[in-house]
Design a protein around this ligand. Structure first.
Ligand SMILES: [Zn+2]
Length: 119
C-alpha cells in the first residue's frame, strides 16, 4: 500500500484504524451481551447446543447444559459481534474518519481525501 500525503507528498504515512479498533471492541462487548440475552442467533444455537447436552446427561444436565449454552452463545455472539463491529469500523475509517496521519507534516487525511486529490 502506498499512501502519500496530499500536502507534502511524503510516504511516511501511518493509518490509525481508530474506527476498526473501537468498532471491534463495541461489537465484542455488545455481541457477548446480546448473546447472553438471547437476541442473537448465536445464543439460540448455544441454547440448543446446551439443551442437547442436557437431554443426553439427564435432568441435572439440563441446568448445566443451559448455562453452558448461555456461555457458548455469549462466545459466539462476542466473536460474531467483534467481526461485525471491526468491519463496520473499517468502513467508518475509510469513509468518515481521517484515518491517515503524515509523520512528516502531521496532516490527518482520509482515503476519501487522497482519492479525490488523485483524480
Ligand atoms: Zn505530509
Amino acid at each position: 500500500m502506498s499512501v502519500t500525503c496530499p500536502l507534502c507528498h511524503s510516504r511516511q504515512v501511518i493509518s490509525l484504524d481508530r474506527g476498526k479498533k473501537i468498532g471491534g471492541l463495541i461489537g465484542t462487548v455488545g455481541g457477548a451481551a446480546s448473546g447472553v440475552a438471547g437476541t442473537v442467533s448465536g445464543a439460540t444455537t448455544g441454547a440448543e447446543f446446551g439443551g442437547a447436552i442436557g437431554v443426553v446427561a439427564g435432568p441435572a444436565g439440563v441446568a448445566v447444559g443451559s448455562i453452558a449454552g448461555a456461555i457458548f452463545g455469549a462466545l459466539v455472539g462476542a466473536a460474531t459481534g467483534g467481526v461485525t463491529g471491526a468491519k463496520l469500523g473499517e468502513v467508518i475509517d475509510q469513509r468518515v474518519l481521517d484515518n491517515y496521519v503524515c509523520q512528516d507534516c502531521g496532516l490527518t487525511f482520509s482515503d476519501h481525501t487522497s482519492r479525490d486529490q488523485a483524480i
